[in-house]
Ligand binder design. Structure first.
Ligand code: HEC
Ligand code: HEC
Ligand code: HEC
Ligand code: HEC
Length: 280
């Protein structure tokens, strides 16, 4: 069964790449800061971190051949060297109503953190463009080690304690616990499942809830089955051109906050209420 799942995933991903490469996605991502290539985005987008000699866009994250594995085969043909960092995680100290014991990031969120935790060189790829090339792409705007510098707007770093919980599974056990705690007047929030806006998606996680249970099992006709949870890509799509790559654009003008999720709730309300209902 497992290898069948894997085969299905690979086929789906390859088909998606063939279908999507060179079309709207390229156009969308080209005019963003995720265009790390030597071809500049159209004004007014400005970049600080980019290559001066590699003109391909997808290659900084994806490769059609010899993709990196994170032990799950759920990574989309990944090309960027993964981080081995152990992170500080959200706890009850910063999140008084948090019920889940948050575990280390896994799967999709590790892909984002491979650049955004600032420990891996942005140009460190499994496969360089061109046949058989190895090494690192030279990038401007990076730290001495080639990584995202702490001064960069996009820097998340290795302390995730103030960031919205990620790699947390969503299942009935959690939802029941949230609903039980969400008594009238408590001011707490319950969890909405499935997310009430289709732009917000639960993503694969293999992390388990406090009692050892997995997230809801998501099955698809293509046989791409996984356990559902919250990952970076539940709120962000790294290929779109909304501000901050959000899946639902913000409605407010508040300043960006490193503690995304703790402040400015009203600015991102449509995003938040896709998964949270309340306050009770
Ligand atoms: C800055 C990194 C980055 C770049 C550049 C990038 N991607 Fe992705 N891509 C990702 C990540 C991360 C995911 C996995 C998202 C998730 O967790 O669901 C992904 C997933 C995908 C998927 C799987 C379907 C999906 O939405 O999850 C496809 C197909 C894809 N990318 C195509 C492309 C193409 C084509 C390009 C070039 C035009 C490109 N990507 C450029 C980071 C990137
Ligand atoms: C290959 C490296 C790489 C990967 C992988 C990557 N990013 Fe980025 N990202 C960058 C760089 C470089 C910037 C620009 C940072 C800056 O200039 O401050 C950036 C900027 C951003 C920004 C700020 C937008 C802006 O306009 O400045 C967000 C939000 C973001 N990334 C989210 C994500 C998420 C979520 C993922 C995974 C789904 C991801 N990134 C994966 C390299 C990457
Ligand atoms: C629950 C939704 C949610 C999740 C999950 C989430 N983000 Fe964000 N993120 C936001 C919102 C909303 C903003 C814009 C407002 C702000 O900056 O607080 C943002 C802003 C950002 C920015 C811009 C700079 C900054 O710090 O504001 C980066 C980079 C970023 N996110 C990366 C990530 C990465 C990497 C992950 C996974 C480790 C992640 N996000 C998980 C909602 C989320
Ligand atoms: C994809 C679904 C999803 C989205 C979107 C989302 N959250 Fe969450 N959020 C969760 C889950 C699941 C938990 C873990 C709940 C727990 O264990 O108590 C959580 C936990 C929290 C917590 C700590 C626990 C609590 O109930 O107070 C806060 C605060 C929070 N989210 C705020 C936000 C804000 C603000 C936004 C919008 C920027 C947002 N969330 C968007 C799913 C989501």
């Amino acid at each position: 069964m497992r290898s069948l799942f894997r085969c299905g995933i690979l086929v789906l991903i390859i088909v998606s790449f063939v279908a999507i490469a060179g079309t709207a996605w390229t156009a969308g991502i080209r005019d963003t800061r995720h265009n790390l290539s030597s071809t500049a985005p159209t004004a007014p987008i400005t970049r600080n971190i980019y290559s001066t000699n590699v003109d391909e866009i997808c290659v900084f994250c994806h490769t059609p051949h010899s993709a990196l594995k994170d032990g799950s085969n759920k990574t989309p043909l990944w090309n960027h060297t993964l981080s081995t960092q152990v992170y500080s995680l959200p706890t009850g100290a910063t999140w008084p109503n948090l019920i889940t014991t948050v575990k280390q990031p896994d799967l999709g969120s590790k892909l984002c953190l491979s650049c955004h935790d600032g420990t891996v060189a942005i140009g460190s790829l499994a496969n360089l463009p061109g046949p058989g090339s190895t090494g690192s792409v030279f990038m401007v705007g990076v730290s001495g080690s080639g990584a995202m510098p702490p001064t960069a707007y996009g820097y998340i770093g290795i302390n995730l304690s103030g960031t919205h919980p990620i790699s947390v599974p969503v299942n009935n056990t959690l939802i029941t616990a949230k609903n039980t705690a969400c008594t009238p007047g408590s001011g707490k929030y319950s969890i909405v499942y499935p997310p009430s806006d289709p732009r917000v998606k639960l993503k694969p996680t293999n992390n388990t809830y406090n009692d050892g249970s997995n997230g809801f099992l998501k099955t698809t006709p293509a046989g791409v089955n996984y356990f559902e949870g919250v990952q970076c890509a539940s709120c962000h799509d790294p290929h779109n051109n909304n501000t901050d790559f959000l899946v639902i654009p913000g409605i407010g003008t508040g300043p960006p906050s490193k503690y995304h999720g703790t402040t400015n709730w009203s600015n991102w309300s449509a995003l938040c209420t896709a998964c949270h209902s309340g306050p009770c």
